[in-house]
Design a protein around this ligand. Structure first.
Ligand code: GLN
Length: 309
């Protein structure tokens, strides 16, 4: 996959001849200016099995912001605190739309926690009467447990500031969902996408989802299985946004994409796989080389949920 023919036509655009010889148009997400300031040659894959075996390929020690691949963790942490009460505020249905579409379901809720509106609402529900600092720390402490280490996780502040400045769709989404001006605080708490990790670190976090909420490196039960089951179900049906149906049809595993070029795949009871490559397919707003790697992986290892075992 790393050797596919990439022709960069501008700072933000390229064409990639995929493994089937098809020309794929790709671009960097310029709506968050900081995300277009990346080394587009970076490519990393990390795998963590549920018994703690690790494998890393390429630039697996290079940091990136998790962006929307943080949403399953945020959902799991919030669901662990609120259980299904969470879904009085956020639905479980795929929206069939792009990740930043401003749309509510028939009950006036964001469609699901994997799209921006749903993630912003989900973030806002945890300890909502506590100070923002408490709520930041609550998520960060739980994120650290998912990483299996006490290493300090940090926000990429330039990306965070960049997005607070230009996140017009998210601000409009918050405004659309709520009326009181104080709700703009929600965006401040929607900081999880800016936590920076490597594929080595993120594959451990997702291995907790593969391993019934238990961190395979520390043995700590970080999330209740009930919340993990729901997070995986939502990844399976909604995790790839308006590409979710095609992804489930072709690959049949829970996955989550992020505009920084990261794709997270969970094979429950087996492993997690985190792939990072910044070029996004204009077809799916997911990392093109990430999808190419998954395509080859699932063809070689029949983990599609409906493969005959
Ligand atoms: N932080 C990004 C946003 O709010 C996340 C989008 C994504 O990764 N799909 O638009």
């Amino acid at each position: 996959v790393k050797n596919l023919d990439v022709d960069q036509t501008s700072k933000l655009d390229c064409t990639i001849i995929d493994k089937n010889g098809k020309v794929k148009i790709c671009r960097l997400p310029d709506y968050i200016p900081q995300l277009s300031e990346v080394d587009t040659s970076l490519f990393a894959v990390s795998i963590c099995t549920v018994d703690g075996q690790r494998m890393h390929l390429g630039d697996s020690d290079i940091y990136y912001t998790m962006q929307s691949t943080s949403k399953p963790y945020t959902y799991g942490i919030t669901h662990a605190a609120l259980d299904d009460v969470l879904h009085e505020y956020v639905g479980h249905e795929p929206s069939g739309q792009a990740f930043n579409k401003i749309i509510l379901d028939n009950d006036g809720r964001p469609y699901n926690p994997m799209i921006n509106m749903g993630a912003i609402m989900t973030c806002s529900l945890v300890h909502h009467q506590q100070p923002l600092s408490h709520r930041f720390n609550y998520f960060l402490e739980n994120y650290k447990k998912l990483t299996g280490s006490r290493s300090t996780l940090s926000c990429n502040m330039p990306v965070y500031k960049s997005e607070l400045e230009v996140g017009f769709m998210n601000k409009a989404a918050v405004n659309y969902m709520m009326t009181a001006p104080g709700y703009f605080l929600f965006l401040v708490i929607y900081f999880n996408p800016f936590v920076q990790v490597t594929t080595e670190i993120q594959s451990i976090m997702s291995a907790c989802l593969a391993n019934r909420g238990i961190n395979p490196l520390t043995g700590e039960s970080v999330l209740p299985i009930r919340s993990v089951k729901r997070a995986l179900s939502l990844m399976f049906t909604c995790g790839m946004y308006d590409y979710s149906g095609r992804f489930a049809f072709k690959y049949g595993v829970p996955a989550k994409s992020g505009v920084s070029g990261v794709t997270d795949v969970v094979i429950p009871g087996v492993l997690s796989m985190t792939i990072y490559s910044p070029w996004l397919s204009t077809h799916s707003s997911s990392s093109l080389l990430g999808l190419q790697f998954i395509d080859g992986f699932i063809k070689k290892f029949p983990y599609h949920v409906f493969d005959s075992k």
